[in-house]
Design a protein around this ligand. Sequence first.
Ligand SMILES: [Zn+2]
Length: 134
Amino acid sequence: MIAYPLTYKQFYEGLKKGKLLGLKCRICEALTVPPKMCCAKCTSTDLELVELSGRGEIKTFTVIRVAPEEFTAPYVVVMVELDEGPWVLGNLEGVDPDQASMKLIGEKVTIGHKVILPVKYNPGEGVVMIFSLT
Ligand SMILES: [Zn+2]
């Protein structure tokens, strides 16, 4: 039995409280977000829980025009490089998808969250990472 240093449930509970939690490797010091069983860089399982700033910069984005259930298209998905280094994926709020342009790249964002209700393929409540321009 492997003890998870940070479960998805804890990660989502953190997001709901406005905290972005991640894992820091005690071997190579790399940060892993969202949580995994081992370090994303060196696969060590010697990890400790850390709280990140939740701030970052948009590196790339895409506009989703055909959405899965419970999502309303169109919406913008961004790949964000957090101030601490890791890259994470989330939805971008506050920007009209039809106005999304290359100008978004390099924009500073902060993280938030959105709770999604149980759906057919995902019986539990879900939490999605949301970014807003700062
Ligand atoms: Zn590592």
